[in-house]
Design a protein around this ligand. Structure first.
Ligand SMILES: Cc1cc2nc3c(=O)[nH]c(=O)nc-3n(C[C@H](O)[C@H](O)[C@H](O)COP(=O)(O)O)c2cc1C
Length: 356
């Protein structure tokens, strides 16, 4: 497979990748008091040794008192946590990998099952003051600058899955009457746009900014921010103008068409609309269960890459994120490259509890 399109190099601005395989961001909750451990560094380093082109960290929270609902999720602020992130990125670089932190604010949340609570109440579009909003935007920008200063290769902003930025996008949670709300997706994108602009102002023109988006929400799998290609333009083009370089388009199953009348998926439409590189994701290399089913304990077997390849070769998207297959098997990319298909393990839900 070394001549396969998955293994062609990729370059955009300062980001040079040896292949098209991206490790999808996956929360592991293995960082006590928000501080990544040596085991966390080794976990990511194993994916670099396994020849993943770009590693996206698990979501790591920005400097707001209520950005997290789980004390074992890593923070991306404070001297102690940032020092350990330096250990992580150095370990990944030493193994020839590239990496971005996925910076995250959960927004309005239910308490975590552990019972841990942040020091202040959860915050979301319906209850944040303008001052809260501006301070939060600044916290995203500082996290991105810290990523750059620590030596990360790029940064991903988590704007998907019903967390803070997505809560602003979504009329199901954004009921604001001021300039951060409104009846159109364009108006409700204002918060996301300001986050991206603030990051761009801090990191300069050449440091790539990735933005992860999804139509679906953890609060509602059937939700759609853009019902039509026209609405998708109204959503994505202002974000692109604000400074997004690469759109990471989250779906649960990459082969599902976004709109009627075309087989293009979300990443396909995002690339067609913006002309920017896009990342697809969702059950790549797996059969029989998507990741929501996996949270309920379902395993998934290794599956064919044929349909993925058809779309990649057609130019629908540039990069391919792999989640559960890489969670269970750090060597997934290397095995695919070397055509060791019978060695692919699929996904075992027991691996959720450990850092394989
Ligand atoms: C254990 C686990 C944790 C996840 N945590 C995150 C996260 O922190 N941020 C995020 O954007 N997506 C998260 N996701 C979603 C994945 O990035 C990915 O989109 C999803 O698993 C679909 O890809 P897959 O079918 O290849 O697993 C998580 C998924 C899993 C399985």
């Amino acid at each position: 497979m070394k001549d396969h399109s998955l293994f062609k190099p990729f370059q955009y601005k300062n980001l040079q990748l040896k292949n098209r395989i991206v490790m999808a961001p996956m929360t592991r909750s293995k960082s006590p008091n928000g501080i990544p451990t040596e085991e966390v560094a080794k976990y990511y380093q194993r994916r670099a040794l396994g020849e993943v082109g770009l590693i996206l960290s698990e979501g790591t929270v920005i400097n707001r008192p209520a950005s997290s609902n789980d004390n074992n999720i890593p923070r991306f602020h404070g001297e102690n946590a940032l020092q350990k992130w330096k250990v992580v990125i150095d370990a990944v670089h030493e193994a020839g990998g590239k990496m971005a932190p996925q910076i995250w604010h959960m927004g309005k949340m239910r308490p975590h099952q552990s019972g841990w609570l942040p020091p202040t109440p959860f915050e979301g579009p319906a209850d944040m003051s303008l001052e809260d909003i501006h301070t939060t935007i600044e916290a995203y920008a500082q996290a991105a600058l810290d990523a750059k200063n620590l030596g990360f290769d790029t940064v991903e902003v988590h704007g998907a899955h019903g967390y803070l930025i997505d809560q602003f996008f979504w009329d199901g949670m954004n009921t604001r009457k001021d300039e951060f709300g409104g009846s159109s997706i364009k108006e409700r994108s204002r918060f996301g746009i300001e986050v991206i602009k603030a990051i761009r102002a801090k990191v300069g023109p050449d440091f790539p900014i990735l933005l992860r988006l999804s139509q679906w929400k953890q609060q509602n799998y059937e939700a759609k921010l853009a019902q039509t290609p026209k609405e998708m333009e109204e959503w994505l083009l202002p974000l692109m103008d604000a400074g997004v370089d690469i759109f990471h388009c989250s779906q649960r199953r990459f082969w599902e068409p976004e709109f009627e009348g075309s087989d293009l998926n979300f990443a396909g439409w995002a690339k067609k609309i913006t002309g920017k590189p896009t990342i697809t994701v969702g059950s790549v290399g797996l059969t029989n269960a998507d990741f929501i089913q996996s949270f309920k304990g379902q395993s998934a077997e290794a599956g064919s890459l044929e349909e993925l390849t058809r779309r990649l070769d057609r130019g629908d998207f540039d990069l391919v994120a792999v989640g559960r297959a890489l969670l269970s098997d750090p060597m997934w990319a290397k095995k695919v490259k070397e055509e060791k298909f019978t060695d692919l393990t699929g996904f075992n839900p027991a691996d959720l509890a450990v850092l394989t």
